[in-house]
Design a protein around this ligand. Structure first.
Ligand code: GLN
Length: 421
């Protein structure tokens, strides 16, 4: 019995799956809609895209705070879900005003939704702490089922039939998520904050240490996403220009569009998340305590290997198109890296955050995404300035190497900050 995941995880899994379906489905269309339908210039479109993806990860800080102090987590998730349904609906209408109103509603809605569903998941594991890492890894599969099918379906419908139908489909996804959550709420009982004796603003030394650990780990995740997020930008262009994307089926030759490679990450997460969940669980059962910082170290290790393969590929560009493995393998290693840092990070924030700041700190965790997405986009824009592409990808090998080494050096210190006393 002890080894069983709480029932509520299924509710949160499917709610988050549909929400991510809508998020990534809409996002896949966004840049094309701005350029092709609204006829904005590429640079203006890029700025709006960057502002949107940045702000979407900024509002969780506020949504998390409000949930901790006023609204509670379930109400916040419901409110966020409703705002996002309205946002998608607004995008499905054909006017510039409704478009921007839609974006604003999505930004607000995500702030209430994303940090709080991630926090609530952790609360379900309060009695089964040993299963928390693997619980978050399962949750991450839900994220990626949505993240894989959203772009495929909304992207296809939006680009081939009508933009607004594509956005509308994203809205249907979000509505399904909301319905799952509404009817599943009763399975989401968690221990309410029990009579907090201390003053709200007062932190005891142990809490201060734990919050410092969250802050330190958040800084490292920033470096991770900074490199990882090249997937949609520079790595996408690399695939388009330099990879031999021809496949031969029954004697027919077919060229795979570069954007299809974007779904590799999601598919690989689905394949490998159970393996990683198993490993974390196994280590836990064997009472092998692997430091979180070491898990993060492996994230950078895999990330660095992925970029090293891109460097090797770039060095051969002169001699014809590159074998498909020069992009498939980097995606594979980056996915391994993601599985060592992203679900593990959520789980760690959930374990460390003092309960009265749980939402706020989860929001803080997501804030690192906002910053790194922005910088990552900026750096990818500099790619064409490099005469040798290998030098460009080498940047990310170096940042991964440095981050990994510092993590190793700090691992004991971080562990001490995280420790229960
Ligand atoms: N793909 C994950 C999600 O959508 C992680 C995103 C992120 O933290 N950058 O939740």
């Amino acid at each position: 019995m002890k080894d069983k995941h709480p029932k509520g995880i299924a509710i949160l899994f499917f709610t988050e799956m549909w929400e991510r379906f809508s998020y990534y489905g809409m996002r896949a269309l966004l840049i094309f809609y701005l350029i092709k339908h609204l006829k904005f210039s590429e640079s203006l479109a890029g700025n709006i895209y960057g502002a949107y993806t940045g702000l979407v990860y900024f509002t969780p800080l506020i949504g998390g705070y409000l949930a901790d102090n006023y609204l509670g987590y379930k109400k916040s998730i419901l409110l966020g879900g409703i705002l996002m349904c309205l946002g998608h609906l607004s995008l499905a209408l054909d006017s510039e005003t409704s478009f921007f109103l839609g974006l604003a509603l999505l930004i607000l809605g995500n702030g209430f939704f994303k940090p709080n569903i991630s926090t609530l998941l952790g609360f379900l594991y309060e009695d089964k702490k040993e299963l928390k890492d693997s619980g978050y890894t399962l949750f991450y599969m839900g994220i990626n089922i949505g993240g894989t099918f959203g772009p495929l379906l909304c992207g296809y419908i939006g680009e081939t039939y009508s933009w607004h139908l594509g956005f509308g489909l994203a809205g249907i996804g979000m509505s399904l998520g909301l319905i799952v959550f509404w009817f599943g709420q009763s399975h989401l009982a968690y221990k309410e904050k029990i009579n907090i004796q201390v003053e709200k603003s007062f932190l005891n030394p142990e809490e201060k240490n734990k919050i410092s650990a969250i802050a330190i780990l958040s800084i490292f995740t920033m470096f991770f996403w900074f490199a990882f997020e090249q997937a949609g930008s520079s790595m996408n262009l690399f695939t388009e220009k330099y990879i031999d994307r021809n496949i031969y089926i029954f004697g027919f030759q077919k060229e795979i569009p570069a954007s299809i490679f974007q779904s590799l990450n999601g598919i690989m997460i689905l394949l490998f998340a159970p393996v990683f969940a198993f490993v974390w669980n196994y280590l836990n059962q064997k009472k092998i305590n692997i430091y979180t910082a070491i898990q993060f170290f492996f994230a950078f290790f895999f990330l660095g290997i992925g970029f090293l393969i891109l460097v090797l590929g770039s060095n051969q560009i002169g001699s014809g198109k590159l074998n498909i493995f020069y992009i498939v393998l980097p995606f594979l290693f980056h996915t391994f890296g993601e599985l060592c840092i992203s679900p593990v990070g959520l789980s760690t924030v959930s374990k460390l955050a003092p309960i009265r700041f749980a939402g706020l700190l989860m929001g803080f965790w997501f804030l690192s995404n906002a910053i790194s997405h922005y910088i990552s986009g900026y750096v990818s824009g500099q790619m064409s300035q490099f005469q040798n592409l290998a030098d460009f990808f080498m940047i990310f090998v170096y940042t991964s190497l440095v981050a990994g080494i510092i993590l190793l050096l700090l691992s004991k210190k971080i562990y001490n900050l995280m420790r229960e006393r």
